[in-house]
Design a protein around this ligand. Structure first.
Ligand code: OSB
Ligand code: MG
Length: 370
């Protein structure tokens, strides 16, 4: 198969509630949606970059630049038998995993649609439902946080993650633990600390957290190894793992005991499968993170989590927590038991609502094979 057409759209969706982390506060979701077409079908991939480089270095502008000037020409020149050939074909381009992932995941979706198979099946996954946790942003007050945790526990989410930052950490954790002694709980610092603050994480050992996610620098695996040696709680890496090689080095060093796989962060599904397989061989649990994706990226994450190594609940909460109207119909929903049903239809498996995509589109650009 040859890809005949690639389109990139820039979309803006208002967020129902602002989402605050140690690095930013977002009130809307601005992202790029990639479409790839061949043989009368089209597949979709959502880029996970933001307008700013505060989570990782890529931005929507760099993703568009790298797709337009480097990746789209490479993809249009490829003769493909299987989507696993896309990621290696991008190898000459260093980094830019978010740009690579958006295109690569669109090709997987296209391939699944052409096979008339759910994406989960072509990825090799077997689960029919996956378990969801929820990520709760920094709140205006501890009471607001407790109220939010109570709401999500009642909704059925299987694990609560709260964001922390210097000055908003031990007291928040103690308050949530005090009120919910048994809830599976974890924290995510998004790289807000340094090793000089290791004492905080030694204190948090008392709170029976499932893990602490990305406490130290976004590009570090050395200090994380030192920290992991000093605490009992498992360190989970998010930002620091952008390839299977990053994962191998981190595991060799003992930098973490859990890995968060976001396909949009590591270059797509092929890289995600490689990290999954590596972790499985070393008995390291993995789970799938989220990036406040629309239903398109959210469903991609749902399909990936059908693989057997995803043994911990992911950040794949219901569309209704984020958006008034999602871009897919039906939206992603979560049962009272915290489960998401894996769509059985071809590709991502839910219809894309084009009127909503059009309404959210700010501009688009396309490239065709000659
Ligand atoms: O670190 O996991 C993260 C959102 C944006 C950027 C980074 C992260 C997050 C989340 C939210 O934690 C996960 C979600 O609900 O999609
Ligand atoms: Mg994270």
């Amino acid at each position: 198969m040859r890809i005949e057409r690639i389109e990139v759209r820039r979309l803006t969706l208002p967020l129902l509630h602002p989402f605050e982390t140690s690095f930013a506060r977002s009130t809307e979701k601005n992202f790029l949606l990639v479409s790839v077409s061949a043989l009368g079908a089209t597949g979709y991939g959502e880029a996970v970059a933001d307008d700013d480089p505060y989570y990782l270095p890529e931005t929507n502008a760099t993703v568009l630049h790298v797709i337009r000037d480097f990746l789209a020409p490479l993809l249009l020149a490829l003769k493909l038998d299987h989507p696993r050939e896309v990621f290696p074909a991008f190898a000459r381009v260093r980094g830019h995993e978010m740009a690579k992932a958006a295109l690569e995941m669109a090709v997987w979706d296209l391939y699944a649609r052409l096979q008339n198979a759910p994406l989960s099946r072509v990825l090799g996954g077997e689960k029919r439902t996956i378990e969801s946790g929820v990520s709760i942003g920094l709140q205006p007050s501890t009471d607001a946080l407790l109220e939010s945790v109570a709401r999500e526990v009642a909704a059925g989410y299987r694990r609560i993650k709260i964001k922390i930052k210097p000055g908003a950490d031990r007291a928040l954790v103690a308050a949530v633990r005090g009120r919910f002694p048994q809830v599976p709980l974890m924290v995510d610092a998004n790289s807000a600390y340094t090793l000089a603050q290791a004492a905080l994480f030694r204190e948090l050992d008392r709170e029976r957290l499932m893990m602490v996610e990305q406490p130290l620098a976004w590009d570090d695996i050395v200090d994380h190894a030192t920290l992991q040696q000093q605490i009992r709680t498992a360190v989970c890496l998010d930002e620091s793992i952008r390839s299977v090689e990053d994962a191998r080095r981190a595991l060799d060093l003992g930098s973490c005991r859990i890995i968060n796989i976001k396909p949009g962060r590591v270059g797509g599904f092929t890289a995600s499968l490689a990290i999954h397989d590596l972790c499985r061989a070393r008995a390291i649990p993995v789970w799938c993170g989220g990036m406040l994706e629309s239903g398109i990226g959210r469903l991609a994450n749902v399909h990936l989590q059908t693989l057997p190594g995803f043994t911990l609940p992911g950040d794949t909460a219901a569309s209704a927590r984020y958006f008034e109207e999602d871009l897919v119909d039906p939206p992603v929903t979560v049962s009272r038991e915290g489960a998401v049903t894996v769509p059985a239809g071809p590709g991502l498996g839910h219809e894309i609502v084009w009127a909503r995509v059009q309404k959210a589109t700010r501009f688009k650009e396309e490239w065709r094979s000659r």
